[in-house]
Write a protein that binds this ligand. Sequence first.
Ligand SMILES: [Zn+2]
Length: 622
Amino acid sequence: MQFESAHSGQDADNGNGIQLRNQRHPDHVGQQDALLGRKDLRGGNTAGKNPVQESRNAEDRGTVEVVLGETALGEVVHVAQDDRPVVVERSGRPKPPGHAGRQEGQTQDGQGPSTGTANGSSEAGFGREHRDCILAGRRPRVYALRVIRVLPPYRGAAMGLHITGGSIITPRGPEPADLGVSGGKVTAVAAPCGLPPNTAVETFDATGLWLLPGAIDAHTHFGMPLGSGISSLGWRESSEAALLGGTTTVIDFVNPQPGEPLPDAVARWRRSADGACLCDYGLHCTVSEALPERLAEIPALVGVGIPTFKGFLAYKGRLMLTPEQMKALMHDVRRAGGMLLVHAEDGEVNAAAQEVLVNTGRTTANWHPAAHPPESEISAVKTALALAAETDCPLTIVHMSLAESLAELDKARPAAAAAVYGEVCLHHLAADASLYGMGQDRALAAICSPPLRSAADAAGLLAGLADGRIDFLSTDHCEFPLETKRLAARGGFGAVPNGCGGVGERLTFAYTLGVVSGAMSPWRWMQVCCQKPAEIMGLTGRKGRLHPGHDADIVAFDPLQEFRWDALGASDGPGNLYRGRTARGRVVQVWKSGRLAVTEGRVVTGTAGSFLPRRLSHPQAI
Ligand SMILES: [Zn+2]
């Protein structure tokens, strides 16, 4: 069911997946009629009406989203419930070519990299004025014009929330507990039926479900531009996938341009995230120029809550620092009270390997891992550990992909004066290098750095995560549509953007691979996905635990559901490494800051997340 106005210019039969959902919820459709009045919209009498105001008025009964229109790429532009001008989501059904003129960068089938604006929208179908309004944060002149869905009322926004009948995860395993929520915070963790009766709160019956703190992914790249008009999937799409998978907080990377001051890069990156990211988010800042003026900016970033920096020993000629430069960076990061995250691959070794491959014509996707030999990672892990020991700089080795890297970490830890952490990412546990031999598409989907390794490495890393030698689980989420990788592959594997999705898959597949297999306890699984990232990355006291006073980011998780995984939300299906795999454990409900964010497998919030200033509190950090 849909509503049309004279302004919409949309084909009344041009449905999308969202409308189909409405058809499955006749109550909601009826509510639409009651709230907005079919006649008003169908008659085109919208000039004096403000759909945002309608949305506000309706908030206590249900939340209305109103479509502005659709772009030629099939993106739905609509007014959000919290009065932001527009947000964009993919309808999943691109319009045919020629709908509004084929755009540069689009492929023949209308798909392809967005050519659009900073928030991911395209000007196709709207025109420059409309696009400029969006960029300037102003509301476009034409509202309109079709209600796509009515969301259920907030839970706990004003009244408070009791979640009863579920189990929280403790070191002894799942134990029954009821949760009280008010003002966006957890207010009580009580024994079953232990919350004081209160008829003025919403209640949610979590019988049979586990209740977890909102998961934290400490390593993401949302909307990361790579040049040539290619960016990883944006903040909105990626954060929707995160929420659907139970991740309510991400820590993303700021990547300064050459010559760009770090504070300017941070400000630029926050502009791209604010209003678009539905998760709360923190930021790490990459330092790829170890110049005195850049290093001098580090304390200021620590002061505004960005205490973690990243240095690359890989990517020669672009991001790579020499060991001497890395040492200088570590020195200044330590002095400022920060921590350095290191991408540990040796850029010289990788560049030499790639040159040999290119010179011998071995440039198809299956050769990608040969340009990232294991000895490159092992050598760089040793270098990073040695430099951290020399400078007493707290260190995290990110995305370790080899069991031997873990062995090097084990050796270095006892003598380290400052904290040394190890991170592993989901794809290095859940997949292995055999994908590179399964045809171009599967090889392309698996192109990431470091690459997928052997099944034995994956097993060794999972064991390390389970027994505590690896500290936390991230995703390095950096998702590119498979079609983007296909186009880039014409220039050889070296031209293919590196990265995989996973932010929405992490909680469920860590459970499937870890807990269901018996490799780790539910407590350890919760720790590596929720608690440890908070503690290590400076969010202690606010995130990562279900304790009174913490943000009420809560996941209701069904540990028994077994199902075939499909790509989440706006994630790219064909490029998804997990699609079609059997998964166990489903996220069934998510609250962020006490508000319902996900239910019935769909995102039901348009409320943007907040920037999270962080402050490190490692016992060993100086
Ligand atoms: Zn990364």
